[in-house]
Design a protein around this ligand. Structure first.
Ligand code: ZN
Ligand code: FE
Length: 248
């Protein structure tokens, strides 16, 4: 039985995700950027929220934990690092599996943006929730980890099956693409940017993406091809530094 994903905008550029395991009717909320918007979205669907799955500790990902638990009694699940900032009932880490009815989410360590950032991968449905690690045409800033750690995390996501649908936590794609065009003159990237611009003009989201599309056009996954550096992590670090200083 499939997993239904309901995606909606939160705050200025986050996405909220409510996911329903159709076999059991159980619902999880991926991150809690805006409790009010999430509660309204659940109520509009007539859904409860059985669990929250946090990707990392930032307030636009775990700040609504308390309110979602108060409203629905949801079990709060996430990496240990969340505990220092927001309530959490169950700690998970790399290799753990979270069961939502018949759906199984493998927990993948994808640290780098924060040290303990995790992603949730449902292999049976080919769906991954990647938080602030991988974005369409971009990746998260390396706030707490090292470029080597972030490169390892991105490589893990890039190694998922090509048709995996990846749900990122933010709509940053236009800005990401403007930067990407400064380091990569490929026809694939130009074609994708034209599609992204058209989608945004129509007011459509560019999330989710696929692992295939990101392998083909994401300048961070392509860093070893775009940099002179022989070491892939150093190539990644170079492209990441250029993006950090990019004034689009
Ligand atoms: Zn973040
Ligand atoms: Fe974020």
């Amino acid at each position: 039985m499939p997993l239904t994903v309901h995606q909606f905008p939160c705050l200025s550029d986050n996405y909220g995700f409510l996911v329903r395991d159709e076999a059991s009717g159980k619902v999880a909320c991926i991150d809690t950027p805006d409790a009010e918007a999430i509660i309204a979205a659940a109520e509009a669907k007539g859904w409860g929220i059985d669990m929250v799955l946090n990707t990392h500790w930032h307030a636009d990902h775990a700040g609504g934990n308390e309110a979602i638990k108060a409203r629905f009694g949801a079990e709060l699940i996430g990496p240990q690092e969340v505990k220092a900032h927001f309530p959490l009932d169950r700690t998970v880490g790399d290799g753990d599996v979270v069961e939502l009815g018949a759906t199984r989410f493998a927990v993948l360590d994808t640290g780098g943006h924060t040290l303990g950032h995790v992603s949730y991968y449902d292999a049976a449905d080919g769906i991954a929730f990647v938080g602030d690690t991988l974005f369409p045409l971009g990746c998260g800033r390396v706030f707490e980890g090292t470029p080597q750690q972030m490169w390892t995390s991105l490589s893990r996501l890039a190694a998922l099956p090509a048709d995996t649908v990846a749900y990122s936590a933010h709509e940053y794609t236009l800005a990401n693409g403007r930067f990407a065009a400064t380091v990569d003159d490929s026809a694939d990237l130009a074609a994708r940017m034209a599609a992204v611009e058209a989608a945004r003009e129509r007011g459509e989201p560019t999330v989710p993406t696929t692992i295939a599309l990101e392998r083909q056009t994401n300048p961070f996954l392509r860093a070893p091809l775009l940099s002179e550096k022989a070491d892939p992590a150093e190539a990644f670090a170079e492209i990441r530094a250029l993006k950090d200083n990019f004034k689009g």
